[in-house]
Design a protein around this ligand. Structure first.
Ligand code: KG4
Ligand code: ZN
Length: 331
């Protein structure tokens, strides 16, 4: 009998639904919320209202595109956390109600685990064990993966996430939210060595990005008017170069300490062209075998929730109807 999972993701500002049948993704629909641009960041109350508007049409479209009826679903998987509580509530309430009405189980998914599990959507899939640098708007982690769903965080940021470092420095340059993708685009024609910024170094396999943010801020405050406009591409390239340098220092350390040479990246920041290129470089210089997700599986999407749900279904990892979303959720 086939296993057909509906996956729902609503942890931040994207409403997404995906259908996975026997480990194959049949659809992956995402409704982006444009409304937050005007505010320079995600407004939680507006995000949950938009999720409410989007969830029914997005799920409907994902089911249609997959050519699957509700009656064919084996289980519904949704993001339990971490994320914005009001946003998570929309996906979880919807998922729970639909599952209850269909008499099928629910599967609760950890958002950051799902980012890693995106590597099991398409070939080539990493062999166990492997390391994954998981970089998103709220998290920066080095994860050791020993088996499907068996993961441990061996390093993480003690303050800002890498995505936040991109977004906050981009904001200082006057770029629209979310600044990460724009900064990436502008960096392409800039000189990465034009300016030098702080590379905070904390112990073990941990990261820190707040010092970089301050260093960019103080540097910009010292400049004359018009400096940013004149040097925008170089500034973007130099900031991106610094973030990537910081990320790789600990990733290399993690690979040396664990002896693991299969290295993956995941999460929104793994869409960054500089980071992707540097990982390819490291494949040559460090002898790593590297795994880079397709663009659509880097930033938030429900395909990663559906594939994680599929593996949790195989492991019979179901949840009870009284489960509540978790804004903070240990991995
Ligand atoms: O994983 P994600 O979609 O959402 C969270 O779970 O947070 O990650 C969003 C983050 C944002 O900070 C966004 O600016 C960043 O990923 N991002 C990028 C790029 N695309 C998305 N940062 C740098 N370069 C990109 N191309
Ligand atoms: Zn994410």
């Amino acid at each position: 009998m086939s296993i057909t999972i509906l996956g729902i993701e609503s942890s931040c500002d994207d409403t997404s639904a995906s259908v996975c049948k026997d480990g194959k993704i049949l659809s992956n629909l995402i409704a982006n919320q444009e409304i937050h641009k005007a505010y320079g960041g995600v407004v939680p109350e507006l995000a949950s209202r938009d999720h409410e508007k989007n969830i029914v049409p997005v799920v409907d479209q994902a089911m249609k595109q997959a050519g699957v009826t509700k009656e064919e679903l084996s289980a519904i998987a949704f993001t339990l956390g971490p994320g914005l509580l009001g946003s998570l509530l929309v996906g979880s309430c919807f998922g729970k109600s639909l599952a209850l009405s269909l008499g099928i189980p629910i599967i609760t998914v950890h958002h950051m685990k799902a980012h890693v599990m995106a590597h099991f959507i398409d070939e080539p899939m990493p062999p166990f064990p492997f390391l994954c640098l998981t970089v998103s708007g709220g998290h920066t982690q080095i994860v050791l993966i020993e088996d499907y769903l068996k993961m441990s965080v061996i390093g993480s940021t003690i303050d800002d996430a890498a995505g936040e470092a991109f977004d906050k420095t981009a904001k200082m340059l006057g770029l629209e939210y979310p600044g990460g993708p724009l900064l990436d685009k502008l960096a392409k024609t800039g000189d990465p060595k034009a300016f030098t910024f702080a590379k905070p170094n904390v112990g073990d396999l941990n990261y820190s990005f707040s010092g970089l943010k301050t260093s960019v801020l103080y540097f910009l405050q010292k400049q004359e008017e018009g400096f940013i406009e004149k040097n925008l591409n170089d500034l973007c390239a130099s900031i991106q170069y610094t973030i990537i340098k910081i990320l790789f220092k600990k990733l290399i350390k993690a690979s040396k300490e664990t002896g693991i040479n299969h290295i993956a990246i995941a999460g929104g920041v793994s869409a960054n062209s500089g980071l992707r290129a540097e990982l390819q470089n490291k494949a040559r210089t460090m002898g790593w075998t590297v795994y880079i997700p397709k663009f659509e599986y880097c930033t938030d999407n429900a395909a990663m929730i559906a594939i994680t749900g599929y593996h949790q279904y195989l492991a019979k990892d179901f949840a009870e109807q009284d489960v509540s979303p978790k804004a903070r959720f240990e991995m």
